[in-house]
Every structure is written in structure tokens, then in C-alpha cells.
Write a protein that binds this ligand. Sequence first.
Ligand code: CS2
Length: 497
Amino acid sequence: MAEITSQLDTRLSLKSLADLPPSVVKPAYAPDQTRIGIVHIGPGAFHRAHQAVYLDDLLADHPDWAICGVSLHSADVRDALQPQDGLYALALLGEQSQLRVIGSIRELLWARDEPAAVLARLADPSVRLVTLTITEKGYCLAGQDLDVSHPDIVHDLACPSSPRSAIGYLVAGLRARQQQGLAPYTVLSCDNLADNGHRLRRAVLQYARRIDATLASWIEAQVAFPCSMVDSITPATDDALRARVGSELGCVDAWPIQRETYTQWVVEDRFCNERPPFERVGVTMSHDIAGYDRAKLRLLNGAHSSLAYLGSLMQIETVGDAMSEPRLAGFVERLMRESIAPAIALPAGMDVRTYIDAILQRFRNPSIRHRLSQIAWDGSQKLPVRLLSTIADALALGQSIDALCLPIAAWMHFVRRQAGQGVALVDPLNDRLSAIGSVTTGDPQGDLEAFFKLEAVFAPLSADARFVAALRRAYAALGDGTPASVSRALDADGKSA
Ligand code: CS2
């Protein structure tokens, strides 16, 4: 016992790497012999489960593509991983589960603490690529444009050399390069946004134009912002994972990560500086990724958010549990096959039936517990991209939007329920949402009007009479949002199908 305790006092690190049991897969290279070539903004769980793993596969043969992870808002990742020399364990969950230690993140910075170090890295010519996973809200967008009233953007426009936002840092780094006559870096968005590269480019240029027109023209002419599609289901770390990883490693990892074994990354092959040979480690490099990103966002993420809100109202805890509820599983399958897929312009060669089958199977993965409450975060940011865009396209094609409105109505009931119980939402619009939730009465007409004040979510659809009527029906069908009334609405949808 004493021995086990003393082992568990040991922290995962370069020093303890050699002592890990043989069942744990270790980096196939010496992490301290690599060099940083990528700055990644937002080294959260998704990045560490996805991009960092592709780079981990590459570093043995291409050691100058290690990652410097920069957190903008919280010191947590740096504080957990710095004492571990950047190492962490990744549990791959599937039929053949595996534990591997990832070594590709070689430096961790918290921008609030070390802004000069972040700017120095961005200006370092060995850094040829800057990648981002900052979630939808990190882009500070209002519709298609930069939200110039966002507090971080207001701050950065006033003090561009000591930024707070990702956009502010990207531009400050590019400005240093332009001034020093250095080549720019490619900026690669890895977030769940359709046309993520184009949207980021637009926001960066809108910001740059406000501080320096010459710089903006240089960025416009010189910097590439490829689009990408990222996919791997990554449930948040919980105590069960920490305990399992601790006992398998025989030492402490303060922040292990878990994900399904499936992973996909499609990247538009348009870089303005050197890039890692991503294709060698399973990344699909393509000249046109539009279509892939829409299919994934609308089918997988749209279905996820639908399960999240309908399932939460039904007091179901995880995606797996939701898929064991026949009404909900039936609804989400019909939604994907009959409402979402017909409204997407699919990429050439994509067999959408097989794609949907695979998603449903991934949702049923018995090895993972993916909490609906995690997916329910940031609904105000996710719904426009995941479901409302499909509704707009379905309307343009003259298709029925009744089923598509049900998860939107479920979100509204969810917001109302949380406000009624005094529970804060994890959502950048939490204040406005709780205010709206607390004035709702359950009357569809009045409640819709209250929600439509959220223009960033509902405009311009809220001006379309067909949408208003369908959403009103869906909201009414969910009654008072209790499990019994949600079940009735799902039954009714099944019968009308
Ligand atoms: C999920 C995604 O939390 C969520 O909103 O829908 O994180 C999803 O698991 C990934 O996009 C899968 O690639």
C-alpha cells in the first residue's frame, strides 16, 4: 500500500515517462528534442484530444512541428500541464480502448500572465502556423461580422499591442511580422463553425482595418486562413477518468483527456507558409472542404444539440442514455435522414446514409458517457450554426421545418426551466437568457416574442411567417416542457412521419 501511495505521489513528467507500464503508448520521439512550429490558441480538451494527437503521430519524423498552447482566459491548463512537462494521458474509448501519453505540447502559456511571451512566440519565424479552438464565442462575431461592441474587442482596438481576444493576438502577431519583414503564419481555425476560415479572415481584416490600413492590406494579400472540419467526440474529464488513468499510469496526471477512437480532420490545403505534412497522419487535405463542414455540423452537431435539449427536458443524462430511449432515438434519426440531409448540398461522393449510420453508431458507443449538459452549453452560439441554418435552407427549398423546430423549441423550454429554477446557463448570453426565461409564461405567442429579441440567434428567420408558425406549434407541442409532454410531442412527430 505504501508503495502504491508513493507511486501515486509521482506526477506524470518527462522523468516518469520511462517508468510507465508497457501497456501505455508513449511518444515515439523524445519530446524535449522537438522544436515549436505551431502556436495553438485554446488548448482545451478538444485540441488535446484531436490536433495534438495528429501532431504526436508526426513528431518522430518531423520534430519541428511541436505546439505552444496559449490559453487566453484561464490558467487551469497551464497550471495542470506545466508541472508535467506538457505531457498528459489520452484515453481512447471504443471496442479496443487504449491509453496513450501525448507529448506534442511543449510549452504552455497563459496570456494574462505572460503576454510578452505569447507575442514573442507569434513573432518567432519558426512558428509557421497558428491554430485555434476557441469555441464559437471566441470569434467575437455578430452574424457574419466582427462584434465591435464586444468588450474584449473594444479593449483591443483601444490597446492593440496588449490584446485580450484571439483576434487581437492574431493581428498583434502579424503586425510584428510585417514590421520585421518576416513571412506571416497561416491561421487555421479548428472550431465547429461553417466556413470557419473565411469567417475568421473577415473578422481579422475588419479588426485590422480599424487599427492600421496598411497592415490590413498586407494581411489581405499575404495571410492564408484555410477552412477545416474537425470531428471527434470528447466527453469532459471527470473523476472516474482521473482515477482510472492514475491507476493505469501508476502516477498522477492532473488533467487526462478522453475521446472516442473515431477521429476526422479535413483541412483546406491553402497555406501561406510551410505546413506539417498532415496527410501522413490521416488528415484529409482538400482544395474544397465546403460541404464536409456543413454535413458534419448539421448532421452530427445538429443531432447532438437536439438530443441535448430534448433529452435534458426528459431528465436524461447522457447521449448513450438518450439513444436508448426509443422515442428520442427515433426522432433524431428521422430528423437527420428526413429533415437535415435533404437540405444540405453534400460534398461530391459523400454517401449520406452511411454517414448518418456511422453517427448513430458513435452516439450509441457504450464505452463513453457524454453528458447532455456538456453539449447544452452555449446554445445561443451553437443553434444558429447547427440547426437554424438548416431551417433557412429547408425553407428556401420549400421543405417542411416542423421537426427542425422541435429542438429549437426544446432549447427555449430549457432556458425557461433553468431560469425558473434559478440555475445559470453556461452561455455567453446567460444574463439575457435568464432575463428572457424569467418573463416567459408558457404562452407560445408571448414567449416567442421574448426570445426573438435575441437577434444574434433568431434574425432574420424571426421575420419569416412560416418559421414563426412552425416554431409556435413546436413550442406548444412541448406543453410545459415536462418529460411526459416531451414524450407526447415525440410520439406525435413519429406518427406524422
Ligand atoms: C458537441 C461537440 O459539445 C458539443 O456541442 O456537439 O463537441 C461534438 O462532440 C464534436 O463536435 C464532435 O466532433
